[in-house]
Design a protein around this ligand. Structure first.
Ligand SMILES: [Zn+2]
Ligand SMILES: [Zn+2]
Length: 161
């Protein structure tokens, strides 16, 4: 747990045109006060857990059969990523499975890049788990679209190099 928890939720959830507060959005999942009800909620809460470095939450919500040796220690070794924003591209759910495609933007040395992935989720005993994902090529915003770093500027006037 970090002590400096953000006020706005890192996942970027908007409710009725207002950015959701962390305490009203992903925090209850991180504290195990409630369970994500959809694959997208789990995906968002996992992104927020990456940002806030809550590694045990990431392990708990990653299906045990798919961890492939991943541990909180390994996550802690690689937690210096400077995350910028989460962009949900699509999310769908069947009864006990779901798929969420997203881009998670981060700042590289002097550039921005994204993890573009379609993640698979499974519902077991009323809990959603991340199982695995398929990585794709990052799709950058168009020049006149909003920058992914949440500056409020157009991409061409901001992080476009
Ligand atoms: Zn959130
Ligand atoms: Zn930017």
């Amino acid at each position: 747990m970090t002590t400096d928890l953000p006020t706005l939720c890192p996942c970027g959830q908007i409710n009725h045109n207002t950015a959701a507060l962390y305490n009203d959005c992903c925090a209850p999942y991180h504290r195990a006060d409630s369970l994500p009800q959809t694959p997208e909620q789990l995906m968002r809460s996992r992104y927020s857990a990456f940002v806030t470095k809550q590694h045990s939450y990431l392990i708990q919500t990653h299906h045990a059969d798919h961890l492939n040796g991943l541990t909180t220690a390994l996550l802690a070794e690689n937690d210096e990523t400077q995350w910028l924003s989460l962009q949900i591209i699509s999310s769908k759910r069947q009864e006990n499975t779901g798929e969420v495609c997203f881009q998670a933007w981060y700042r590289d040395t002097d550039d921005i890049d994204a993890i573009h992935e379609c993640s698979q989720f499974v519902l077991e005993n009323d809990k959603w788990f991340y199982t695995h994902g398929e990585m794709k090529e990052a799709v950058y915003p168009k020049r006149n679209e909003a920058c992914v770093c949440n500056s409020g500027k157009k991409y061409k006037q901001c992080c476009l190099k």
